[in-house]
Design a binder for this molecule. Structure first.
Ligand code: HEM
Length: 491
């Protein structure tokens, strides 16, 4: 056709012909199967790339198109599931229908479908099982987590105390939280002045925020087209390159002095498991997977918990009266002479309610982690073919107008009954549910309680002079508070 055109006088008609031909191919290729979830009309070739992926946009579209709707970027379709009934049906009732992950081009060069978060099938099952059991046993052994969180709270309070003027708490909080999983992963914590670890945490936070940028999303939709274009996706690659170098060095050091009869930490235990599973290569126990699994735990175990603590400090500054009530409960139940422990929690319903409200209003993982239909499924009367990318809109649960009395207001009363006792709310699923439910939930709950109460036991938090605290966060792979500066006053 192209050759014919070159020799033809009517070049313009040929161009139109080629365009119409490509349009036809595009329409046929992207035709939805019958009963596929509806959505805004996609543009030819590019689909809905001008529809941002902010959770507020997704909420608006859900109002317009219903709790199950679809968008398309290029040829990639994604189905969005909102509302408690549908999300629960997808994650819990249809337990095995949406248990896979799609390939995310932005993360694929480093995660390669290995590890726990972005893997699938047998490899995922084996890696998740091993990691889950290790993290649980490590925590249970002599109340390891409780002690290491208490220990880390002392370091964190000391660091806060050392700050004489307004400061951004991000670096300390992230380092403190990362140290809790580091004890399990690497067998030791990192000093807050450890330059290399500090850089690793900074690069990781940066990569997660950049992954939400428009260009990074365009890269996900058209990886081949944008592979040679400079932009934030290149920075994401560079950052993960440096982070994995750090992890490889840690693994190398472990290999040099491992004692197989006495594993010190996750890396040792994994290296031993590699020997045991050498006859089962499909399970994926090898150095490459170890790097990715360690990265999964370090990243997922740091960013979501640390940003929840940072949301917490932000909400306390915005609501000094609530901060005061938490402090009164701490003084009444724990006092000032000892550290908080987990046995205090049932006696502190107000603080517990505030922490839950921080998670609700902070909305740290608004759209969950992306999923993929692992088989043909029918949900809410719509057909979702095997392989379709799916997003479970957790934000729609945490902000549901029919479930929460004042969804747009920070209100610990959401989690308190008439007697002021803590009340569970079924719709509260910040850790998701089902096969892919967060494996760090028990640890994260402990971190949030012990670190939050330790900080409020020791300090009162106020915004730095002239600081305009914003509740509008930064949306990347997760939703984090915008940087702020705060002052601490010792109590
Ligand atoms: C407040 C803190 C945290 C929140 C809100 C949170 C939330 C989540 C969410 C929403 C998911 C996605 C589940 C899904 O796809 O349906 C997830 C997955 C995951 N989380 Fe967390 N998380 C937190 C802390 C942690 C911690 C401390 C760890 C590690 C120790 C961790 C490790 C993981 C892992 C490995 C996955 C992937 C599970 C899989 O794909 O099988 N998370 N988390």
């Amino acid at each position: 056709m192209i050759l014919q055109c070159l020799f033809s006088l009517d070049f313009m008609s040929c161009l139109i012909g080629i365009f119409l031909f490509l349009l036809l191919v595009d329409i046929i290729r992207n035709k939805n199967p019958p009963n596929f979830p509806p959505g805004p009309r996609p543009l030819p070739f590019v689909g809905n790339i001008f529809t941002g992926l902010h959770f507020r946009t997704i909420d608006k579209l859900a109002e317009e198109y219903g709790e199950i709707f679809s968008l398309r970027w290029g040829s990639e379709k994604m189905v969005f599931i909102s509302g408690y009934k549908m999300v629960k049906e997808a994650l819990v009732t249809q337990l095995d229908s949406f248990a896979d992950r799609p390939i995310i081009p932005l993360f694929h060069p480093f995660f390669k479908g290995l590890g726990v978060i972005l893997s699938n099938g047998y490899l995922w099952k084996m890696q998740r099982k091993f990691t889950n059991i290790y993290l649980r046993n490590f925590g249970e052994a002599k109340k390891n987590y409780e002690r290491s969180i208490q220990q880390e709270s002392i370091f964190l309070c000391e660091a806060f105390k050392g700050e004489k003027g307004p400061f951004n708490p991000q670096f300390y909080v992230n380092n403190a939280i990362a140290n809790i999983v580091s004890a399990a992963l690497f067998g030791h914590r990192f000093d807050y002045h450890d330059e290399r670890f500090h850089t690793v945490l900074r690069l990781d936070s940066e990569a997660l925020v950049l992954s939400g940028s428009v260009l990074a999303q365009l890269y996900n939709a058209f990886p081949r087209l944008f592979a040679y274009v400079p932009g934030p996706h290149k920075k994401v690659f560079a950052n993960y390159g440096k982070i994995t170098d750090f992890l490889r060095d840690e693994i190398k050091k472990h290999k040099e002095d491992i004692d197989p009869s006495n594993p010190r930490d996750f890396i040792d235990a994994y290296l031993i498991e590699m020997e045991k599973k050498s006859s089962d290569p499909e399970a994926g126990f090898n150095i490459e997977t170890l790097v990715v699994t360690t990265l999964d735990i370090l990243e997922a175990g740091t960013e979501a918990s640390a940003s929840t603590i940072r949301w917490g400090l932000l909400f306390m500054m915005k609501h000094p009266e609530i901060q005061k009530k938490v402090q009164e409960e701490i003084d009444r139940v724990i006092g000032q002479s000892r550290q908080p422990n987990m046995a205090d929690k049932p006696n502190m319903p107000y603080t517990d309610a505030v922490i839950h409200e921080i998670q609700r209003a902070g909305n740290t993982v608004p759209l969950g982690f992306p999923k993929r239909a692992s088989r043909d499924a029918t949900l809410g009367g719509y057909f979702i073919p095997k392989g379709t990318a799916v997003s479970t809109n957790l934000s729609s649960l945490l902000n549901d107008k029919t479930e929460w009395e004042t969804p747009d207001t920070f209100n610990p009363g959401h989690f308190l009954d008439d007697q002021g006792q803590f009340r569970k709310r079924e719709v509260f699923l910040p850790f998701s549910a089902g096969r892919r439910v967060c494996i760090g939930e028990p640890l994260a709950r402990m971190e949030l309680f012990l670190i939050f109460t330790s900080l409020l036991q020791r300090f009162t938090f106020t915004p730095g002079p002239g600081e305009k605290l914003s509740l509008e966060g930064l949306l990347g792979f997760i939703y984090v508070p915008s940087p702020y500066h705060m002052c601490v006053t010792q109590r």
